[in-house]
Design a protein around this ligand. Structure first.
Ligand code: SAM
Ligand code: DTB
Ligand code: SF4
Length: 348
């Protein structure tokens, strides 16, 4: 990573009507917002946040890896790629009982969204995909918002997932198109955008964001934000991950992402995509309560809770409960703002 962004080119705020929902942001506008001095940027992020969301309300999501490791892709950040020796134990697709028990326990702990991740390049039709459809039905019946991240999808697979009760699909662009080739060679940016199109076309909420700390430049971050904010519709949620540098992956020695970079990325995402849930995602485990507070102030309103992400550790539940108490945060109800047709029939 180059030097920290010192925010020396303040945006011309009077040109930007911040309550507007725009998908026509120019690259220059995004660049100028991103490079605003940090305290001003966080203030503006907080202002937009309060215009569009209930203050202090934070969406609580839980992740479960339903199929772990042995992935054929070569994503340089990922401990689950079969190409790297990270010491990770591979696990086949989990049985329904195990997944539903984890979902029930997540709900009891206060989660409203349950996201199932599979270390696949793409979903493949057949027994395993049908099993995932059953899992989606089962989790939706618990009244949780169901999210999946299974790799690339066809239009038909997206439709089947939607019919089973899927509410959201996570498929990250990860970084700029220009930087993408340096972290993944086994699929293209265009492949990623195509899957996002299938998800959107089937009326599934798009969850799409990126990772900071892979060696990208500030320009790459600006490009990623520009791409996200100029999709036909803004993603419903935007995860902002700090790289978890896992030994054995090509990015295992990357330095830690400074928390002010996270706050800058989050505030810019908040201003560009006012209605999105901006998720302070991977990397929270390395942040103090005060550093996380800065990110909530900047406009983050969603987190992953539970002591594990997919394969790596996350914050302790008790620490997160204490953080909610200290910062006066409260959990966001499931399906808030969802239109009636987006709520699966079985959800109670
Ligand atoms: N295989 C599917 C795919 O790649 O779309 C789904 C699972 S994949 C692990 C989901 C996302 O987790 C990736 O797109 C990436 O953004 C994020 N991720 C993976 N490893 C990470 C790491 N070490 N640090 C931060 N985020 C990571
Ligand atoms: C996202 O953007 N971050 C989550 C979720 N979507 C699937 C995954 C983070 C994974 C961190 C590394 C791991 O635990 O394996
Ligand atoms: Fe496989 Fe997804 Fe990891 Fe890439 S990010 S190696 S596709 S599990």
């Amino acid at each position: 990573m180059e030097e920290p962004c010192l925010g020396r080119t303040p945006a011309k705020w009077h040109y930007i009507v911040m309550s507007d929902i725009r998908t026509d942001w120019t690259r220059n506008e995004v660049h100028s917002l991103y490079h605003t001095p940090l305290m001003e940027l966080i203030f503006q992020g907080a202002r937009v946040h309060r215009e569009h969301h209930e203050t202090g309300e934070v969406q609580v999501c839980t992740l479960l890896s339903i199929k772990t490791g042995a992935c054929p892709e070569d994503c340089a950040y990922c401990p689950q790629s079969a190409r790297y020796n990270t010491g990770l134990e591979t696990e086949p697709l989990l049985a329904t009982d195990e997944v539903l028990a984890a979902a029930r326990s997540a709900k009891e702990s206060g989660s409203t969204r349950f996201c199932m991740g599979a270390a696949w390049r793409c979903a493949k039709d057949g027994k395993e995909f049908d099993h995932v459809l059953d899992l989606v039905r089962g989790v939706a019946d618990l009244g949780l918002e169901v999210c999946c991240t299974l790799g690339m999808l066809t239009d038909e697979q997206a439709r089947k997932l939607k019919d089973a009760g899927l509410y959201a699909y996570n498929h990250n662009l990860d970084s700029s198109e220009a930087f993408y080739d340096r972290i993944i060679s086994t699929r293209t940016y265009e492949d990623r955008l195509e899957t996002l199109g299938h998800v959107r076309d089937n009326d599934i909420s798009v969850c799409c964001g990126g990772i900071l700390g892979m060696g990208e430049t500030h320009d790459d971050r600006v490009d990623l934000l520009h791409t996200l904010a100029t999709q036909p519709e803004h993603p419903e949620s935007v995860p902002v991950n700090a790289l978890i540098a896992v030994k054995g992956t090509p990015l295992g020695d990357q330095p830690k992402v400074p928390s002010w970079d996270m706050a800058r990325m989050i505030a810019t995402a908040r201003i560009l995509m006012p209605r999105a849930m901006v998720r302070l995602s991977a990397g929270r485990v390395e942040m103090t309560l005060e550093q996380q507070a800065l990110c909530f102030m900047a406009g983050a309103n969603s987190i992953f809770m539970g002591d594990k992400l997919l394969t790596t550790g996350n914050n302790e539940l008790d620490d997160d409960r204490r953080m909610f108490e200290v910062l006066g945060l409260k959990p966001r109800p499931a399906y808030k703002n969802a239109s009636a047709h987006q709520i699966p029939v079985g959800a109670s």
